[in-house]
Ligand binder design. Structure first.
Ligand code: ASP
Ligand code: MG
Length: 463
């Protein structure tokens, strides 16, 4: 290629006119709160983005770690008469100073934040709308700081508020859902000078009020923006060790996973694996855009690719996920009602309480299921009207996620035999309807042993 040169770091370099002719697709690079948590981490983000400079990155950032919590706490205290935005302002100015940037960069925004806090104190109550506005300052500040850090290092970059770029949502403050994109976002980002650094987590409703997509929603923002700009790839950068075959806190030898299907990633996410925000996978899955989870701890590592197509090499088991903090609830029918109407009533109450359940086991006049302990209070009163309710706390749900065919033929039997050999008592065991997961409930005290034994059985190299 006569027009292809080499950059100082050895990467091939293409002049702009080649880029235009070939119109390469952009990539989205999302960095979470810890990855932009202090000056050192932000410098590393700048370096990582620079290394991808020839792939037209659109960057999406969360608030600096801990800032969203601090803003939500401020909304609460402002309600009861105290407002001190000092610590939040100091945190931001401290990061600016450590980056060698002008510490007044965020003065206008921090001033607005102080006004809002004073307003809430006067009103004495924070509406869901006001809380979202309060929370929005985290990402609005961090996007400006990260863009300024890039410019400081000689890169062209512009901070972009997602709501200005056209990310529209409904008005469900605190957990807003995106409205279909009409091409606005791509059109807006195309006009931005240099690398757009877009706020994660935020959107605006049709009246222009700022909304948030729910806690940890920046992954979801990255997916929405990736779809809007028809990205070639969406990279989710984390400060953890990539996606592994089990939680390394339980299995120190857990192996990195190179690739998995969307279906497997969704199953893992539903088991509480912190791979990705589950909603983040849906838009990318529908458009077939690959998602890559990468680690800022090891930027050279390829990370985990989550693909719409089933990866060519499929081990019988992809990973072992678990969810602690669960309770087992058994409802026994007090009346002689038919089983189907009893089940309909139990699940009707759970639906009314917006409660998701884990593995379920059904007997003639009783049903047992796992739910998060934090949801117990909400559902108990409702279920008590249907019969006798028994609760067992300190439980955990384990999911063995893998190839449906392999799991359908031998999976459940293998899992149960392994656990029986280890003397572990298993409840509500079953194979998910999509057959890609064998899940069951164990007592929390058996969790580490359970995951350890299964990992040794299915991943002998990593245990
Ligand atoms: N800053 C927001 C939160 O802490 C969104 C995110 O981090 O993804 O929930
Ligand atoms: Mg966060």
């Amino acid at each position: 290629m006569p027009w292809c040169g080499q950059r100082e770091d050895g990467e091939p370099w293409l002049p702009d006119w080649v880029m235009c002719r070939h119109d390469p697709r952009v990539i989205v690079m999302k960095f979470g709160g810890t990855s932009v948590g202090d000056a050192r981490s932000i410098r590393q983000v700048v370096q990582i983005v620079r290394e991808h400079g020839n792939r037209r990155p659109v960057v999406v950032v969360s608030a600096h770690a801990g800032v969203t919590d601090a803003l939500l706490a401020l909304a609460k205290t402002a309600e009861s008469g105290e407002v001190d935005v000092g610590p939040i302002a100091d945190r931001h100015r401290g990061i600016l100073r450590d980056l060698g940037l002008s510490t007044d960069l965020l003065d206008a925004l921090l001033g607005e934040l102080a006004d809002l806090a004073r307003g809430l104190r006067l009103v004495g109550a924070a509406s869901a709308k006001a809380i979202d506005l309060m929370a929005s300052f985290g990402e609005r500040c961090s996007a400006r700081t990260v863009a300024a850090a890039m410019r400081h290092e000689g890169m062209a970059a512009t901070a972009v508020d997602a709501f200005t770029a056209g990310l529209r949502t409904d008005s469900m403050f605190g957990r807003a859902r995106p409205l279909p994109d009409d091409g606005r976002i791509a059109a807006f980002l195309a006009t931005v000078e240099g690398v757009p650094v877009v706020t994660g987590f935020l959107g605006a409703d049709e009246q222009g009020n700022i909304t948030t997509l729910g806690r940890n929603g920046s992954d979801f923002s990255a997916a929405l923006i990736g779809v809007a700009v028809a990205a070639e790839e969406i990279q989710i950068w984390k400060d953890v060790d990539g996606v592994r075959t089990a939680d390394p806190r339980l299995v120190p030898g857990a192996l990195p996973i190179r690739s998995m299907s969307f279906a497997e990633a969704c199953e893992l996410a539903s088991f509480g694996s912190k791979v990705l925000h589950p909603a983040a996978m849906v838009p990318a899955m529908q458009r077939g855009i690959a998602l890559r989870v990468r680690s800022t701890l090891d930027p050279r590592a390829v990370g985990t690719t989550i693909e719409a197509a089933v990866p060519a090499s499929r081990p019988p088991v992809r990973a072992i996920a678990h969810r602690a903090g669960m309770a087992l609830v058994t409802v026994t029918s007090s009346r002689l009602v038919s089983q189907h109407s009893f089940l309909a009533r139990v699940f009707g109450e759970l639906a009314a309480a917006q409660c998701d359940v884990g593995p379920v086991a059904v007997a003639a006049a009783a049903v047992t299921f796992a739910i998060e302990t934090t949801l117990l209070a909400d559902v108990l009163a409702r279920l008590a009207t249907l019969g006798e309710v028994q609760i067992e706390r300190e439980q955990a749900v384990v999911g063995v996620v893998g190839d449906p065919q392999a799991l359908a033929s031998r999976g459940a039997a293998d899992v149960l035999a392994t656990l029986a050999a280890a003397g572990i008592c298993v409840r509500c065991a079953g194979q998910g309807a999509l057959a890609s997961t064998v899940s069951f409930v164990v007592s929390a005290s058996d969790l580490a042993k359970t995951v350890g034994w299964l990992h040794a059985r299915f991943f002998p190299a990593g245990s």
